[in-house]
Design a protein around this ligand. Sequence first.
Ligand SMILES: [Mg+2]
Length: 362
Amino acid sequence: MEISNVDVNTYKIPLPEPVEAYAAGLMKAFDLIICKITNNNGIQGVGYITVHENQGLAISQIIKNSFKPLLLKQDPRLIELLWKNMWKATHYAGRGAPVSFAIAAVDVALWDLKGKCLKEPLWRLLGGHDKKVTAYAGNIDLNFSKEKLLDGATKSLDKGFKAIKMRLGRESLSEDIERLDAMRNHLPDNIMLMADANEAWRTDQAVAAFKEIERFKLVWLEEPIKPDDFNGYSYLRSLGKIPIAAGENLHTLSEFNQLITVNGVDFLEPDLTTCGGITPFMKVAKLAEINNLPICSHGVHELHVHLLAACPNASYLEFHAWRIDDFIDSSLVVKSGYTEPSEKPGHGINFDYDKLKSYLIN
Ligand SMILES: [Mg+2]
């Protein structure tokens, strides 16, 4: 078997309304890169990644210029070898994002192709553990008024979620506390609450915040400080006040290893799009398992549901605000806080390219 074609397209998808998180600022759209890899039998694997707007074209150029020549005529079943070759070819300008995003799009396409060839859904191909995956609504709401914030939570509960995440990082800590207080009072007692500070604080500010926030009994507080301040994470976790989640902004296996080694995290939440695809995500999941840590996810929930369903240490799947539901043939359904991956071969996601056409930017 060999790869006969690699095709890449980039789309800019507008968000229904602008959303804000501390690190990223206001977001009005996101870029979607779709990478199709076809084998000599005409079977096509489809990979995709999402990224902040105006960054997709740079990433798709890496696939076109650096990876396509490496991939053509190669055996698509040898995913580890192809992954290593892509990493090696770009390591001088790479060893992390945006190269990790580019490798991820190819890696997902290769896994989808493998699943289609073997007629197996990814969740079973990757190990197969439990189809029932716990989900939470990862609302991006830092710019929302308090009323809109609570209304968004109600809508998520109506959709079947039993866990909600809200954003922190407003002008003052007292504002964050007021919003947390309003949310906790708004939610029924059996609904779990997480919070995401999106790197809003220095370590000393996070220490002060933890003292105030501890009483809300959050499932976790996510990214209180910059993602690569591993010593800061280690110190905050040693306080034992609130479980800490992190991982969406780590791009290499080595970074995950460092965060775990310094005892800096309670809930690991890699994002396959930022760390190089399904192949390294599953290695992070195993690293977490070895260290008795749960594995969660960030972004692209239609893909991550397969990965978490394959992990014995799976915890929460994030339903991210960058939705592609309008452009695919079947969306994930949440019932009583759980969702399940598709049983179709590969990831089972089929894009409606006619609908996507008007958003094409390359
Ligand atoms: Mg986050």
